[in-house]
Write a protein that binds this ligand. Sequence first.
Ligand code: ADP
Ligand code: MG
Length: 449
Amino acid sequence: MTNETWGRVRQELIKAVGKNNYTTWIEPLEFRDLSDGVVTFTVPTSFIGNYVSQNFGDQIKFQLNMTGTEVKRIAFQVAANSPRRPAPAQHSEKPAMAETQHDLPGAPLDARYTFDSFVVGKPNELAHAASKRVAEGGPVTFNPLFLYGGVGLGKTHLMHAIAHELQAQKPALNVLYLSAEQFMYRFIQALRVNKMMDFKELFRSVDVLMVDDVQFIAGKDSTQEEFFHTFNALVSANKQIIISADRAPGEIKDLEDRIRSRLQCGLVVDLHPTDYELRLGILQSKVEQYRGQYPNVELRDGVLEFLAHRISKNVRVLEGALTRLFAFASLVGKPVTMELTQDCLADILRDSDRKVSVEEIQRKVSEHFNIRLSDMIGPKRVRNFARPRQIAMYLCKQLTSRSLPEIGRRFGGRDHTTVMHGVRKIEELITTDGQLADDLELLRRALEG
Ligand code: ADP
Ligand code: MG
C-alpha cells in the first residue's frame, strides 16, 4: 500500500463517515506502514486511536480491502511528541493546510485531471470550449472566466486541465491554482504573522490565477475585500483569472455587489447536469483507464448502460461506483455482471433511484397482500386493509420524494397526520415484527429492481 492508496481510501471514507467525522477522526491519521496484513497509522493521541478503532475500524479495513490491499488488522501508534505533520493527501479536496506550512504556492494539481481525460458532451461543451481557449494562454479575451455548476460536474477537473496545459505549453507563465478556502487561509495567516506585503506580492506576481469554489468566501468580509483587491490588481495588469463556484455570481448570497459585478463582467458559463450520453461516455473512458489497473476483470454487456441510466446524480458518484465495481470484481475474481453490479452497488443505486411512483407502490403492495387497489385507497379501516395501506405509505415516504400531504392526497385524500402515523407505526413494527420486515424488504426489492 502506498500513501496514494491511503489518499484514495480517505476520499471514500469522507463519503462513508461524513465530513465532520472525517475531519475530526480520520484526517489526523497518518499512514505508517503495512506488514503481514497489519496497517499501522500514527495518531496524535491514544484517545484518537481508540476512538477510531472502535468506531471506524471496520470501515477503514473494508475500504482498504476494496482497493485490493489485504488488511487483517489496523494498529495505531501514538506520534512521538513532534508536531503533527499532515499526511500527504494526493487527492484530498483541501490539501492546502499541509502545503502552506512548506510555503508552496497553490494547491497540488491532480495529474488525472487533464483535457484528455475530460469527456465532452452537450451539458459541458461551452465550459470545455472556454477552458480550452483560456488554456492556450494567448491574449486575455475574457476576464474572468467564471465556471459554475453543481457538485461533481467537472469544475475542478477543468481548472486543473487548464493549469496542466498552461504549464506544458507556456512553462514561463506563473500559474497559481487554489481553492477559495486556501486563499482565505493564506490571507489570515499572513495577517497573523504580519506578512501582508508578501501575501500581496505573491498574488500580484502571478500570470494566471485560478480560485476554485469561490462561493466559500461569501460572507467572510475581510477575505472578500482582499480578494477584490487582488482581483482588480490582476485584471488591470491584464492577467487571466479563472473562477469557479457552485452557482451563478448573481445567486451567491452575502457576496459584495462590487465583487459580483466584477465576476459577471467576463465570461460566465455553466456546466449543466449530465445527460445519459455524457454519463455513458465518461464510464466508457473510465473503463479504458481501468483496463491497465484491472486487466483480468471482464465487463459484461449492458452494465455501463445500466449505470449511466440509473446513477444520474453527479460524475463523482458515477466514478465511485465504477471504481468500487472493478475493485470488487477483481477481489472476488468474477466478471462484472448485472447481478454483481446490483449487489455491489445496492446502496448507491438505492440512493439515486427515487423514481418509483406512488401508484406503483400502491399496486405492488396490494398485489402482495392480495387486496384490491380500491380497498387500499378507500376508507375502510379494517386491519386487513389498514396495515398494507400503512406499509404502502411508509414505502412512498422512503422511495419517492413526495411530501406527507401529497402522499395523503393519493391515498384517497387522507390527512398528512394519518400518513405520518402510518409511517411511524411501520417504523415501530419493523423492529419487532420479523414477518413484516421481510415483507418490506421483498417489496422494496421488487419496486427497485
Ligand atoms: P466539481 O469541481 O464540479 O465538483 P470535479 O471536477 O471534482 O467536480 O469532478 C468530479 C469527478 O468527476 C472528478 O473525478 C472528475 O474527473 C470527474 N468528471 C467530471 N466531469 C467529467 C467529464 N466530463 N469527463 C471526465 N471526468 C469527469
Ligand atoms: Mg470542485
